[in-house]
Design a protein around this ligand. Structure first.
Ligand SMILES: Cc1cc2nc3c(=O)[nH]c(=O)nc-3n(C[C@H](O)[C@H](O)[C@H](O)COP(=O)(O)OP(=O)(O)OC[C@H]3O[C@@H](n4cnc5c(N)ncnc54)[C@H](O)[C@@H]3O)c2cc1C
Length: 419
């Protein structure tokens, strides 16, 4: 079967991999000059099934409102006269109950743990050796007792389904990650999630795409997709800047942009961009920077060692599709990094980036068939898209092949939004 994958982010490339493995003739189309150049480019690098969970949580509405009023807050909500933003926010608020949170968290955990197994499968099968992968786990750092208590409750909840975790005091933390020595005084406690990992999703997508290209998968870069055309309940062609393209099946892996191309067909996909920032610094002294990823829970900033670089990423702005870098947020990111790791980094050569997390209002991604017989969705991965990429790719590829996915699809399809 001929399959067109729309989007060459980490999700689109992983989907192309599983489709190719299943014997399909695959073409991937993207407007960028190469794979993983948009949201998959500069994220925090965390492969964190242990704490995959929704932003819609009890207490979040007041927290977001309170934080939005602070000048150096990591969260900003900029209301716009945009019906899509308003509808998304209302749906998000409805998901902030304890009951919805629990259901959404379990669903995201299911996908994320499955996805890590799929990533391992891809690594065992394809020659992808250099994406700064590190499998030693992730540390969650808490600055206050209240934050520590919340973190412990969340760890206990995922621990019930077999996810390993360990509570560390300052001395134990220094033994696990000696580079944290400068920051120990700020810590109320930490959690070690040993089953998590980190790696560079841009490098991963690039190497996987190169491997696929060598084996007959076609990549059309620098090709803007303008519209999808429907005919008799199916997608008949895709219009691009270089003319129309046709296939037997189409997979939409366009991240935050999926709703813009689906709206003209009459499908309102509740995926809205949540802007985040990252800063990447060259490492000058490896002994002074961490090998494990650390999550500063107070500032919601994750810091990952990616080979000879250190990356810190976080911030959340619900403010449309703009990618401008706010100087106050850049400063905040640098301050957070400096507070933990003041030495061993080249502060003269920092590089900033912003990307748009494709957020669903409830948290889980949107996977599988939409209302057309040959259109499949793989979008809405939010802040966990790298963690969930390989699993959601395998699920969607199974569905394209007419097979039942290996995990339960409850809460993962567009039908939960009435689509
Ligand atoms: C600051 C930040 C930190 C993050 N940290 C983590 C983390 O630690 N762990 C984690 O798991 N996730 C993290 N994420 C989330 C993760 O990066 C995303 O969920 C993931 O990259 C989404 O992948 P995607 O392939 O769906 O989207 P994208 O990577 O955005 O890919 C979509 C592709 O579609 C293409 N496209 C869009 N419109 C068109 C068009 N009209 N024509 C042609 N091509 C088009 C784009 O060029 C792009 O290549 C983070 C995100 C941010 C912003």
């Amino acid at each position: 079967m001929k399959v067109l994958v729309l989007g060459a982010g980490v999700v689109g490339v992983a989907t192309a991999y599983y489709l190719w493995k299943n014997g399909h003739e695959v073409t991937v189309v993207d407007r960028q000059a190469g794979p993983g150049m948009e949201t998959s480019f500069g994220n925090a690098g965390g492969i964190c099934p242990s704490f995959a969970g929704p932003w819609a949580a009890p207490g979040m509405i007041s927290r977001v409102l309170k934080l939005s009023l602070q000048s150096d807050s990591p969260i900003r909500f900029a209301p716009r006269p945009d019906p899509r933003q308003i509808a998304w926010v209302l749906q998000w608020m409805r998901n902030c109950t304890a009951q919805r949170f629990r259901a959404n968290k379990l669903c995201m955990q299911r996908v994320a743990h499955y996805s890590y197994r799929c990533l391992r499968e891809v690594l065992a099968q394809a020659p992808i050796h250099d994406f700064d992968f590190h499998a030693g786990g992730v540390l969650q750092l808490f600055r206050t007792r209240a934050e520590l208590q919340l973190g412990r409750l969340s760890a206990q909840a995922v621990g019930e389904s077999g996810v390993p975790w360990r509570l560390l005091d300052a001395d134990q933390l220094a033994a696990v990650e000696p580079a944290l020595v400068h920051g120990l005084a700020q810590i109320a406690g930490a959690l070690h999630m040993p089953a998590d990992a980190s790696g560079d999703s841009h490098k991963f997508a690039g190497q996987l795409a190169a491997h696929l290209a060598q084996h007959g998968v076609s990549f059309r870069y620098a090709t803007r997709i303008d519209a999808l055309e429907q005919e008799k309940g199916a997608i008949s062609r895709v219009h691009t800047a270089y003319g129309a393209m046709q296939a037997d099946a189409y997979v939409v892996a366009l991240g935050s942009y999926a709703p813009l191309l689906l709206a003209p067909l009459g499908l309102k996909l509740p995926v809205y961009p949540l802007k985040g920032y990252s800063v990447t610094l060259p490492v000058t002294d490896p002994g002074q920077v961490p090998t494990l990823s650390v999550m500063d829970e107070h500032n919601k900033v994750m810091i990952s060692r990616l080979g000879n670089r250190l990356r810190a990423a976080g911030m959340a702005e619900l403010a449309g599709y703009g990618l401008a870098l706010d100087p106050a947020r850049k400063d905040l990111l640098l301050r957070v990094v400096r507070s933990w790791f003041p030495e061993g980094l080249d502060w003269e050569h920092v590089s900033f980036w912003a990307g748009l997390r494709p957020m669903t209002p409830d948290g889980p991604p949107i996977l599988g068939k939409a209302r057309w017989s040959n259109l499949f969705l793989n979008s809405g991965h939010g802040s966990n898209g790298w963690t969930q990429a390989c699993g959601t790719a395998k699920i969607v590829s199974d569905l394209v092949c007419g097979r039942t996915p290996e995990i339960d699809m409850q809460g993962l399809t567009v039908q939960r939004f009435g689509g």
